[in-house]
Design a protein around this ligand. Structure first.
Ligand SMILES: [Zn+2]
Ligand SMILES: [Zn+2]
Length: 273
């Protein structure tokens, strides 16, 4: 089994992507977004109980303007950055579209976050990558407030409570005498607790249709595979799991191995293979 760095070394374009991600992170670190109003928890509670994610709720009224401003900042930085020229060109064209009309950046973010309106005419893939990076970062205060909200523990759905995406990752963490499972969103990076057994993509709980593929020889990474829907969840089965938040990128080799085994990636991800 290759290590991640060996795997990336064999794919130079991905090493560039790692550098690009570092640059995006640095731009976002330097950005001071306007403070977000706290969600209207009381108004949102009935929707939460029926599985409506925060971003899809009209009553929670999550503000998207700070994410739109951050998206423009990131696109503007990449357009003038020493990154691969094709990426700088695309970022410049994306930025031009985001600045073509008042509110265009907010419309693009709203399309990503809520599926409202139309996708941009060009560079939807880059918008998805940069826009979800911006959303994930700008929504951090909301995600923190959600974790502190007592009713968050009552979320029972396998999709992300923030954005509604299917989970890309899971982690097994100590709880009492046993272990609990946390699911993680590959889009907005929210984590939430879900039942230990069963496929979060199709709900299958039949043991003979669930498999664990241990792929990496002892470092605690594995694929939890469902033979009912042919989906899988990348799972971190070792402690500690501080690196969980960047684990979708650093475990992309597992997605490649899964695809080679004929499995389908159902969890949302910013990294297209
Ligand atoms: Zn999410
Ligand atoms: Zn399934």
């Amino acid at each position: 089994m290759m290590t991640v760095s060996e795997w990336i070394q064999a794919r130079p374009f991905l090493a560039k992507l790692a550098g690009v991600q570092g640059r995006i992170d640095a731009t976002m670190d330097a950005f001071q977004p306007a403070p977000l109003a706290p969600p209207a928890w009381d108004a949102y509670a009935p929707e939460h109980a029926s599985g409506v994610p925060l971003l899809h709720s009209a009553s929670a009224a999550i503000e998207l303007a700070p994410a739109a401003a951050l998206l423009r900042t990131v696109a503007a930085d990449l357009a003038g950055a020493p990154v691969p020229p094709s990426l700088a060109l695309q970022a410049g064209e994306l930025l031009a579209g985001l600045e073509a009309a008042p509110g265009a950046a907010l419309q693009a973010i709203t399309w990503l976050a809520r599926g409202e309106g139309n996708p941009p005419a060009r560079h939807a893939g880059l918008l998805r990558y940069l826009g979800w990076s911006a959303l994930g970062r700008a929504l951090e205060p909301v995600k923190d407030a959600y974790q502190a909200w007592p009713q968050a523990a009552e979320w029972r759905s396998p999709h992300c409570p923030t954005c509604g995406a299917q989970p890309a990752l899971a982690a097994l963490v100590a709880e009492g005498d046993g272990r609990a499972r946390l699911l993680c969103c590959g889009q907005c990076r929210t984590r939430w607790a879900w039942k230990r057994l069963g496929c979060p993509h199709c709900g299958n709980e039949a043991q003979d249709r669930l498999e664990v593929l241990e792929l990496t020889g002892g470092d605690g990474l594995r694929l939890d595979v469902c033979r009912s829907c042919n989906g899988y969840v990348k799972t971190i089965a070792r402690e500690p799991v501080q690196d969980f938040l960047l684990a979708d990128w650093t475990t992309i080799h597992l997605d490649v191995l899964a695809r080679e085994r004929g499995l389908e990636r159902r969890g949302a991800s910013l990294y297209e293979l």
